[in-house]
Design a binder for this molecule. Structure first.
Ligand SMILES: [Zn+2]
Length: 72
């Protein structure tokens, strides 16, 4: 058995007084902070990694079609 205990704190005020508040459209856990009344997503996913972005920019300069870049 592998057990992992992760303690989250509010990214806005740092308070550990969080409750679960549903899921966002990507299925990630959302939170509600009882201290600052803030809401948000824990570990929000933002865009693609920088190496992937650089690869796409280089392919665009080579005039590779968007469909071909998508296959890469
Ligand atoms: Zn907070």
């Amino acid at each position: 058995m592998i057990q992992t205990i992760i303690t989250y704190s509010c990214p806005k005020c740092g308070s550990p007084d969080l409750v679960k508040n549903g899921r966002d459209y990507k299925g990630d856990q959302k939170y509600h902070c009882k201290t600052c009344e803030g809401c948000g997503t824990l570990n929000a996913r933002r865009g693609h990694a920088e190496p992937t972005r650089q690869q796409v920019k280089r392919a665009l300069l080579e005039r590779v079609s968007l469909r071909a870049i998508e296959r890469l």
